[in-house]
Design a protein around this ligand. Structure first.
Ligand code: ACO
Length: 439
């Protein structure tokens, strides 16, 4: 726990391991002075080995995330003082070298202005979430320098060449929404939801095994500029590091994760980390009941409402089922009708691009697909299709036509041979629409 008070930064430590580091010069739009950098370097160094800190969120007090380097204190007042300048420059590396390979997950929450040198910590934090209306700007070109301090390098690595050139040379502002589009931040959200969404991500990360997460984020950073061979070696070594770090807390993520999925059916890796990943507890140490419960639909669904996880398998299945029942009565009914009768009407309609597009956009259809995937039960039609490979391909796109195709190969072929009739339909949008409606 950090006890010290700072002049330019506030540190707010939550009980759950989330530590807020808040740039606190709102009157100067959180511009970064040499004092600010010295404090930040100290804070980030201390937090990296602070037992009460599992994850760091960086943000700014007031209307600004950070207005970049302090033009007066960082630049003008250090001119002609090489030692002072060098120290300030060195301290400012908390944003780049330190953050880039930080041992704990970091999130930058861009609440407002993010200018020039502030791009560095926005980019070097592991994750960035911005308010939709946050203002980003590479203002350097407007006041007489190029985006130095590695900002030019970072934006060319992160943006497309077009975007990097455009924003660096014009100095035009762009919003949080734009930042998400060009890949500067992970996503943007309305300002009123910014804190909530940031905490949601933070809590999701805190549920992972910290040693696995740490090795993963280091790996994603490090392999970027390695040869194939070096990357393979690095990743092997990092894998071993996870084992060593886990062993130090009497744990083995790899063995535990597989055991809980394969033997205990305690969780699904696609939807959540294994039980006890965060704290290193194994189900063998009394976690079994907890683990088993995790896969029971009702309990997991209830947990989903209080949890921060984006997707819970059983809850998703239930939601998908509900949606399918409510929103797709037509589809359900169609599925129950005998395929032989349905085929002639459905077949030509299925070939119409309009009808096809509409079907693709139907959330009910999506929900039904999700339900199928999660519930795992292979419907009878699916099983039948699996036995008839030729019909299967067609069926994947046209559920109703699938059955017909499987049963009526002759009719299908005949339809395929009638290009004239098909063309005629394609040229008659009115007829097409009515056909779709009939369907
Ligand atoms: N350096 C020093 N002081 C700053 C900085 C900065 N980067 N940014 C804002 N301030 C100061 C202002 O001088 C002003 O101080 P004052 O009250 O003593 O006059 C105060 O913060 C408020 O600034 P305003 O301009 O009045 O605030 P406003 O909300 O209208 O505008 C904005 C905010 C757009 C960020 C504007 O202040 C601005 O353009 N700042 C410069 C940003 C910049 O170019 N930073 C350098 C990037 S390049 C690099 O980092 C290497």
């Amino acid at each position: 726990m950090l006890k010290k008070k700072y002049t330019c930064v506030k540190v707010d430590q939550q009980k759950d391991g989330i530590t807020w580091v808040i740039f606190n010069r709102p009157e100067k739009r959180n511009a970064m002075s040499p004092t600010f950098h010295a404090e930040m370097m100290e804070i980030m160094t201390l937090l990296e080995s602070d037992n009460d800190t599992k994850l760091v969120i960086l943000t700014g007090e007031g209307v600004s995330y950070s207005a970049g380097q302090d033009l007066k204190e960082y630049f003008r007042e250090t001119d002609g003082k090489p030692e002072v300048k060098a120290k300030a420059s060195n301290d400012s590396k908390w944003r780049s070298e330190k953050l880039w390979m930080y041992n704990k997950p970091t999130i930058s929450m861009v609440n407002g202005f993010c200018i020039g040198g502030a791009f560095t910590h926005c980019i070097c934090a592991d994750f960035s979430i911005a308010a939709d209306d946050a203002i980003f700007c590479l203002s350097e070109v407007n006041w007489g320098i190029l985006p130095g301090g590695m900002v030019s390098k970072m934006v060319t690595d992160m943006f497309s060449q077009r975007d990097a050139m455009f924003y660096a040379c014009t100095g035009r502002t762009f919003t949080g929404k734009d930042a998400a589009r060009i890949g500067m931040v992970n996503y943007s959200v309305p300002k009123k939801n910014l804190k909530k969404e940031t905490l949601k991500l933070a809590k999701e990360l805190l549920e992972k095994n910290p040693n696995v997460l740490r090795a993963t984020k280091h790996a994603i950073r490090a392999v970027q500029n390695m040869s194939w061979r070096s990357a393979a070696d690095y990743l092997n070594a990092k894998g071993a590091e996870i084992k060593i770090r886990d062993a130090a807390r009497g744990h083995d993520a790899y063995a535990e994760g597989i055991k809980q999925f394969i033997d205990e059916k305690a969780y699904r890796p696609v939807f959540s980390p294994y039980v006890g990943a965060a704290d290193g507890k194994t189900t063998a140490k009394g976690g079994k009941a907890r683990a088993s419960a995790a896969r029971k639909p009702q309990k997991a669904a209830a947990a989903a409402s209080s949890s921060t996880k984006t997707i819970k398998a059983p809850a998703m299945a239930a939601a998908a089922k509900k949606a399918a029942v409510k929103k797709a009565p037509a589809k359900k009914a169609a599925a129950k009708k005998p395929a032989v009768k349905k085929a002639p009407a459905k077949k030509p309609a299925a070939k119409k691009p309009v009808a096809k597009k509409a079907a693709a956009k139907k959330p009910a259809a999506k929900a039904a697909a999700a339900k199928k995937a999660v519930v795992k039960k292979a419907p009878a039609a699916k099983k039948a299709a699996a036995k008839k490979p030729a019909a299967k391909k067609a069926a994947a796109k046209k559920p109703a036509a699938k059955k017909a195709a499987a049963k009526k190969p002759v009719a299908k072929k005949a339809a395929a041979k009638k290009p004239v009739a098909k063309k005629a339909v394609a040229k008659k949008p009115a007829a097409k629409k009515s056909a779709a409606k009939k369907k």
